[in-house]
Design a protein around this ligand. Structure first.
Ligand code: NAD
Length: 273
């Protein structure tokens, strides 16, 4: 059990269940950040054109010396890059910046109204052309998925949404489960804001773990892909050290009970696209 453990998409491709997120890490800082994670054994990196750090991520990947096929690299098409032609161009821009000849996963970052279906056609094209091993979405609610599935040729393999103990996303998780779409948590640590919660503190003390590790373990046992971010190597290590303990059913239920439908980010239907 560890950082190379994978969940499998409906198209048969595996994704390491734990990865590293690099939102808000500058292009300069991200090089050391990604190299340190790869040295610790991380094999899955989550970036996006919006993060403006794809060049640094790519350089770290190359300098790590790790064979490309052992890595899982995700990027995303941003809101002002949507539509069929724009999204195709955006994909190749990301690929060039990363210095790669294929991506493992490419996501529609947000469901931009009136555009996300055209964007999806572009993702289907690059998937058919084998430039990406899997395509998915992010910040899609059930109604967006319903709408997309009505006309799509390819079903998304994953939906990356804000998810943490205060926002457990029951509804979208159920929808995705029924449709064989994996769920991936962004802000899996709730951006570090809930670590003093007494329930998490108590469970952490019982296992000799930290509240951050308990949250990540709860997500892992819930079958969710996680991409915690940390720029500090000791925390990257801590966030990966979650394979040597298990939460009981009762502990899982107590953390489920922390849900308050509390968003740290924007509601997808209220985003000012
Ligand atoms: P996160 O929940 O991963 O929290 C990261 C923060 O938690 C860090 O900046 C640090 O302050 C703290 N932290 C990390 N490890 C810790 C530890 N062990 N102990 C205590 N504090 C710790 O939040 P995030 O970075 O917003 O989300 C993770 C990733 O998800 C991003 O980096 C990005 O790749 C992705 N993301 C995607 C979207 C989207 O719209 N698809 C939006 C936001 C983030």
């Amino acid at each position: 059990m560890g950082l190379t453990d994978k969940l499998t998409f409906h198209n048969g491709i595996g994704i390491p269940q734990v990865g590293l997120g690099v939102y808000k890490v500058s292009n300069e800082e991200v090089y050391d950040n990604v190299l340190s994670a790869l040295q610790l054994g991380y094999r899955h990196i989550d970036t996006a054109s919006f993060y403006e750090n794809e060049e640094g991520v790519g350089k770290a990947i190359r300098d790590s010396g790790i064979p490309r096929e052992e890595l899982f690299i995700t990027s995303k098409v941003w809101n002002d890059e949507q539509g069929f032609t724009n999204a195709l161009e955006a994909f190749y821009r990301s690929l060039n910046k990363l210095g790669l000849d294929y991506l493992d996963l490419y996501l529609v970052h947000w469901p931009v109204p009136d555009l996300y279906k055209d964007t999806w056609r572009a993702l289907e094209k690059i998937y058919e052309e084998k430039k990406v091993r899997a395509i998915g979405v992010s910040n899609f609610l059930s109604h967006h998925l319903d709408d997309l599935l009505r006309t799509a040729n390819e079903k998304p393999v994953i939906n990356q949404v804000e998810l943490h103990p205060r926002l457990s996303q029951e509804e979208v998780r159920l929808y995705c489960k029924k449709n064989d779409i994996l769920v991936e948590a962004w802000a899996p640590l709730g951006k570090g804001q809930y670590l003093d919660d007494p329930v998490l503190q108590e469970i952490a003390a019982k296992h000799g773990k930290t509240p951050a590790q308990v949250i990540l373990r709860w997500e892992l046992q819930s079958g969710i892909v996680i991409i915690p971010k940390s720029s500090r190597q000791e925390r990257q290590k801590e966030n990966a050290d979650i394979f040597d303990f298990s939460l009981t059913d009762e502990e899982m239920e107590r953390i489920d009970g922390m849900n308050a439908n509390e968003r740290l980010g924007i509601h997808p239907d209220e985003f000012d696209y």
